[in-house]
Design a protein around this ligand. Sequence first.
Ligand code: ADP
Ligand code: MG
Length: 768
Amino acid sequence: PVTRTPDIQDARLKLPVVAEEQRLMEAIYNNHIVVICGATGSGKTTQVPQFLFEAGYGSVGSDTPGMIGVTQPRRVAAVSMSKRVGDELGDHGHKVAYQIRFEGTTNPDTAVKFMTDGVLLREVAEDLALRKYSAIIIDEAHERSVNTDILIGMLSRVIKLRTELAQEDPKLKPLKLIIMSATLRVEDLTMNSRLFENPPPVIEVEGRQHPVTVHFARRTTSDYVEEAFRKISRGHKKLPPGGFLVFLTGRNEITQLSKQLKAAFGGLKTAEAPRVRLTASEAPTEVEDIEFGDVDDGDADDMDSLPSEDEDEEADEDEFKIEDDQEAAPMKMQVLPLYSLLPTKDQLRVFEPPPEGTRQIILATNVAETSLTIPGTRYVFDCGRAKERQYDPVTGVQSFEVGWISKASASQRSGRAGRTGPGHCYRLYSSAVYERDFQQYADPELLRMPLEGVALQLKAMNLTHVVNFPFPTPPDRRILARSEKVLHYLSAISTTGRVTEVGTAMSVFPLAPRFARILLVGHMHGCIHYTIAMVAALSAQELFLPDNQAVPALAESTTEFRSNSDIIAETKQAEMRKRFNEVHKNFCYLDDRADAIKLLQVVGEFAHEPFEAWCDNHFVRFKVLKEIQQLRRQITDLLRNNIDGFGNLRFEDKLDPPMPKQVAALKQMAAAGFIDQVAIRGDLAPTPPETHRPPRRPIDVPYLPLTPLVEADEADRCVYIHPSSPMSHLSVQECPQFIVYSHLQKATQSANVDKKPKTRMHALTDIT
Ligand code: ADP
Ligand code: MG
């Protein structure tokens, strides 16, 4: 029996899921697989694990002593939900733990384990029967992240295996699988006989939703950050108390808007942030963390002309005329960002109530769309866009584009306003755009990305014919074929598609197959420690602060800067920029044309001074470097324990700079993992592209990929150096003949901009 505090008890009784406890537990008792659909806020994540716990799952001495595993697509959710369920479980709270990639609180007492779906995937690879668990809950299945989809496919087999094993060994009970979704779109799971032979029962739980009034904008502007600023500013003055939750697409936008709001309304610092231990994160980086290069592609004109101030005011008068329309009392404003690269202690600040008389304004990415409950939110401002991964199955070009969300997402977002009482959602787009451009549901992520990593993992588990894997939605065969080609060229699979010894070795590492391959050839010229550091760094995203952000961010931390005159401020800014350029130049002192070597240098220097202050002074992210450090350690251990010839390998944290011979070797190795991704300088190519005028900047020099991009437009055949690459500082003449790139990226800054952006190479190294 669980003893809960009276207010927790009261709150639980109001949740729709709690009313369904009996029906749900009966379904789970009678079926191995159960699907639960319930609107966000109905109590799925917090309550269902507790039902299982109270029914004896995860309890020593019961019939089902194995743990209850709960997966989340996002790190913040795994950490914060474990905390919440721990609190709700009162005297059993210590039995709830979380595990994310490098960090966890599990111990032998753990009965309920929250984890990212990536963590559970690794565990399935280690034990296909998942003997440690008696029940698995896959949460947020509607998000259809790659890991979720793969997990569901895997678990359909795990369940069968466990049922067979249980017949031989009565001590081992069958495994229960509960799939939870915030939407009703679950036919991919239930009506998919390859996945589940018999359709699992679907338990629908009604939502508990207060009415939310949706306001569409009269027109859609492409500068939605500016538009958000305008709407929030006016809304803050006019609307009755209640928190604002603002959906944007990424960190840059959040920082920009946060500064604007603080400048206009005065920021307010909160008291001590809650302490939760969390230092590392799950790879890969969540998509919304990926920022576009700051490329000057010319002016991106709005499609629509800007409205006049008056027109706007008039529109706002309509929208903000709410309830009995008395003007809201003037309030202070507390602006809090929420995105996954933010240090976790800062992320968790959104759960704290704001000070008396203050309006909390949370600027969030998709993180806040479903999994997290942010108390006090009454007004949602939705830009209607999200950063999404796109992938061209033919050319293999990956892009992270800002695009329209789905109607389902828009409805999730507006629903966030109706959690505690009636609310309002201000959509920064018109109903015409919504009707015309919004898909009903977003495509599963699995259909939008390269799959060599997934294919290798499956093959390493002897699922040779990846097409036969029970994907909830099968991926494009061309993408699968492409991934087989890459794996074959990396020697990870044989001509018949079977995993080779090399491939098995590669699959041990939590790295993309290309990086794992580089690692396995990395011992030449005594390079192994450098190679480890290099692939760890290449696997990380967003190590560098962009200059547009680094400069004001530093300036802001000195209060003296703000109060002094503009002239001093400008001088400081110029100094900062100079320092930024110097720092970046110094990182390239070993080699001025290889991004890979520059990254290695950063990691090497950080190891000697692993402090936040050093990172601030060098315009790099502490959080990311800590993770790279942990990954280096992990890779070293995996090499020692799994790969012949590394039995004596010890982790070496502080390294001397590599010798020139080693730098050359490292560049060669990096190139070897990507030899199918080489581009030749346009004017030196057999059929040079047409150019209207000679390029003036290195980032305008056209290159042609040796595997041509199949695109209609002549101009689209070309790719260009990314401005973040050291090579962008060469002269046009110095631009190398050949460049190896890790991936191609095409960014559209806004869904409304007509102009086609350039495809840019994330360069690794030149080839000499
Ligand atoms: P679902 O998973 O169905 O979206 P949850 O179980 O996450 O729902 O949340 C159910 C309810 O529990 C929320 O609506 C909220 O009232 C409460 N709750 C959840 N997390 C918290 C929290 N961190 N702080 C306060 N209340 C919370
Ligand atoms: Mg939930």
